[in-house]
Design a protein around this ligand. Structure first.
Ligand code: PHE
Length: 459
C-alpha cells in the first residue's frame, strides 16, 4: 500500500497548526499566564518558544519526513538495531494517555456548548456549582467523552487526506471567524481597558524560577512536541516540501491564537470585576459568568466560545489518535478503520478512570503528585512522559542521528534564496535544548516531592 502524503504544503501546515492549537491555547495558556502574572510571563514564554519550541518543531518534522514512517518506525529506521525504538514506543504511549483525559475535558467543553445555547448558563446561576455539578455526575461526562471520541475516530478512519486534511481545512476558518467576533465583543465591553493593561504591560517583579518551568511545560504541550505527533504528521510530508518556513507558520499560528485567546478573555474578566488568576476553572467557571453578564446575547457569545474550544480540541485530538493508528497501520499491517476503532475504544476506556475520579472514585488521590485521577494522568503524561520523551528525542536527534543531518534534512527542499536553517541550530539542538529540559525535569520532580526546598510556589 502506498503511503499517503498531504496534498499540499498548506494542508500540512493547517493540520500541524490544528494539532498545536487546542485546549492548551484557549483553556490552559490564559490561566497559566494569569497565574504567572500576565505580560512578563508571556515574554518569557515567547523567548522559550523561539529558542526551544521552533528548533524542536523543525527537528521533529525533519525526523518524520526523512523516515516516511510512523514514530516507532522513524526511530527504528534512523537507528537500526538499537534500543532507540523504545523512545518511539514511549511517545505512542504518551499520545494515548494524553488523549484519554484530553477527551474528557473536551467532552466538558462540548456539553457547555449545549448548556450555554439552551440558556442554562444565564445570569443568577452559581457557576461553580454548575461546573462541579457536571463533572461530579456519573453519566453525562462519560457520554460527552464518548461523543468526542466518536468524532475523533470518524475523522481518523477517513484517512490523512480525506479525513484530517479535509476537516482541518473546514474547521480552521470556522474557528478564526468565531474568534474574531468574540475579540471585537470583548474589546468593546465597558471596562475592558484595565484587563488589556494587565495583560499587555509587563511587571517583571512577578517572575521567578517557577515561571520558567511553567513556560517550558506549556511550550512543549501547546506545540504538540515530544509526543510523536509532529514526527507522524511530518512523515506524511512529501520530500520535495520545505520545512523551515512551514515550522515557522505552525509555531507562529499556535502562539498567535494563544495570545488572541488571552485578548478575548482578560478584558472580559476584568470588565466583570473578576480575578484573572482563577486557575483551571477560568474557562468553565469564570468565563460563563462573564458571558452571562454581557449585555445582549451573552448566551450567543458563550456558545461561540465553547464551539471554538471544542473545535480546537478536536483538531488536536485527531493528531493524538493518528500517532498510534499510523503505528498499527505501518508496523502491524492493520487497516486504517480497524486501527482507528480499536484505539478509539481503548482510549475511551482509559478515559473512564479520570472521569469517574470526580464521582464514584472521588476518594482516590495520589498525593503529593495529584489530588485526583485526572490530575494524576496529567501528571504522568505532562510532567513525566513529556519531559523524558522530549529529552530523549532531542538527544537522539542531536547525537544519534546527528544535528548536522537534521539541519541538512530540514534544508532539503528549500528553494534557492528562501529561508534556511543556519548553523546556530547545531549548538541549540545539541546543548541548549537537552540541558534546559533536564533542568526542568529535575526541578519539576523536586517541586512535587519536596516543594519546601524551592524558593517559589509550585505552579
Ligand atoms: N497542542 C495541543 C493543545 O495545545 C495538545 C496536544 C498535545 C495535541 C500533544 C497533540 C499532541 O491543546
Amino acid at each position: 500500500m502506498t503511503r499517503e502524503n498531504w496534498v499540499s504544503r498548506v494542508g500540512f501546515i493547517l493540520a500541524a497548526a490544528g494539532s498545536a492549537v487546542g485546549l492548551g491555547n484557549i483553556w490552559r495558556f490564559p490561566y497559566v499566564a494569569g497565574e504567572g502574572g500576565g505580560a512578563a510571563w508571556i515574554i518569557v514564554y515567547l523567548l522559550i518558544v523561539l529558542i526551544i519550541g521552533y528548533p524542536m518543531m523543525v527537528t521533529e518534522i525533519s525526523l518524520g519526513r526523512s523516515s516516511q514512517r510512523n514514530v516507532l518506525g522513524t526511530f527504528k529506521s534512523l537507528a537500526p538495531k538499537t534500543p532507540w525504538w523504545l523512545v518511539g514506543a514511549l511517545t505512542v504511549l504518551t499520545s494515548v494517555v494524553i488523549l484519554s483525559y484530553y477527551s474528557v475535558v473536551a467532552g466538558w467543553s462540548l456539553s457547555y456548548v449545549f448548556e450555554t445555547a439552551l440558556g442554562n448558563m444565564g445570569p443568577g446561576v452559581d457557576f461553580e456549582d454548575a461546573f462541579f455539578g457536571h463533572i461530579t455526575s456519573v453519566w453525562p461526562p462519560i457520554i460527552w467523552h464518548a461523543i468526542f471520541m466518536l468524532l475523533t475516530v470518524g475523522i481518523i478512519a477517513a484517512g490523512v487526506v480525506k479525513g484530517i486534511q479535509r476537516w482541518v481545512q473546514i474547521l480552521w476558518p470556522v474557528m478564526g471567524v468565531l474568534l474574531v467576533i468574540l475579540l471585537v465583543r470583548a474589546l468593546t465591553l465597558p471596562g475592558a481597558g484595565e484587563g488589556l493593561g494587565w495583560y499587555l504591560i509587563p511587571d517583571f517583579s512577578q517572575l521567578d524560577a517557577g515561571s520558567f518551568v511553567a513556560a517550558i511545560g506549556q511550550a512543549f504541550f501547546t506545540l504538540s512536541l515530544a509526543m510523536g505527533v509532529i514526527i507522524t504528521y511530518g512523515s506524511y510530508l512529501a520530500k520535495k516540501e520545505e520545512i523551515p518556513g512551514s515550522g515557522g507558520y505552525i509555531v507562529g499560528m499556535d502562539t498567535g491564537i494563544a495570545i488572541l485567546a488571552g485578548l478575548v478573555i482578560f478584558p472580559a474578566v476584568f470588565a466583570q470585576g473578576l480575578s484573572p488568576d482563577a486557575g483551571p476553572g477560568l474557562a468553565f467557571i469564570t468565563l460563563p459568568e462573564v458571558f452571562a453578564e454581557i449585555p445582549w446575547a451573552g448566551a450567543l457569545f458563550g456558545t461561540l466560545f465553547f464551539i471554538i474550544l471544542s473545535v480546537a480540541a478536536l483538531t488536536s485530538a485527531i493528531s493524538l489518535l493518528e500517532v498510534s493508528v499510523s503505528w498499527l497501520i505501518d508496523e502491524k499491517n492493520w487497516t486504517r478503520i480497524k486501527s482507528a476503532v480499536t484505539m478509539g475504544i481503548i482510549i475511551f476506556v482509559l478515559g473512564l478512570p479520570p472521569t469517574l475520579g470526580y464521582s464514584v472514585w472521588e476518594g482516590v488521590s495520589f498525593k503529593p503528585v495529584a489530588p485526583d485521577l485526572l490530575d494524576f494522568y496529567e501528571f504522568l503524561a505532562e510532567h513525566v512522559f513529556l519531559c523524558v520523551g522530549g529529552l530523549l528525542t532531542s538527544i537522539f536527534a542531536g547525537y544519534v542521528w546527528g544535528a548536522k543531518k537534521v539541519q541538512d534534512e530540514a534544508n532539503s527542499g528549500v528553494a534557492e534564496g528562501k529561508f534556511k536553517i543556519g548553523n546556530w541550530f547545531i549548538p541549540i539542538l545539541k546543548y541548549v535544548i537537552p540541558i534546559i529540559i533536564a533542568v526542568i525535569l529535575i526541578l519539576g520532580t523536586i517541586e512535587i516531592i519536596w516543594p519546601e526546598i524551592l524558593p517559589w510556589d509550585p505552579v
